[in-house]
Design a protein around this ligand. Structure first.
Ligand code: FES
Length: 123
């Protein structure tokens, strides 16, 4: 469990699209945790906005693997996740800590093709 395992991947830099599951397997407005190599990634189906997001599952506050269980919401148009432990919030677009000065979390691109959800990585 190491913060340096995680680095933001831009959509245009993704060269590996890892298949996760069918769209219909995801809870509405909720997250799941998936494993890709040594990484735990939280993937969110933000049904209210009709969008998908992915970020590291590791909260940088106390290094807990919990962000997939966080509440997702919106702060002034910015989609965010609140850590279930101590409610630190992070932008799901930039990874920035919105209510503190923790380091940003890594975010990853998500794409849907024929009803299947993929997360992008850069190798
Ligand atoms: S561990 Fe996430 S806010 Fe404390």
């Amino acid at each position: 469990m190491n913060l340096s395992t995680y680095e933001t991947v831009k959509n245009t830099d993704a060269n590996v699209w890892f298949e996760i599951a069918k769209e219909s397997d995801f809870p509405k407005n909720g997250g799941v945790c998936i494993k890709y190599k040594d990484k735990q990634i939280a993937v969110y189906n933000f049904t209210r906005k009709g969008t998908w997001y992915a970020c590291q599952n590791l909260c940088p506050h106390k290094l807990e693997m919990v962000l997939s269980r966080g509440m997702i919401g919106d702060e002034g148009g910015i989609p965010k996740v609140a850590c279930p432990m101590h409610k630190k919030t992070f932008s799901l677009e930039s990874g920035e800590n919105l209510n503190g000065d923790l380091e940003a979390i890594a975010v990853y691109p998500v794409k849907i093709e024929k009803g299947i959800v993929y997360v992008g990585f850069s190798e």
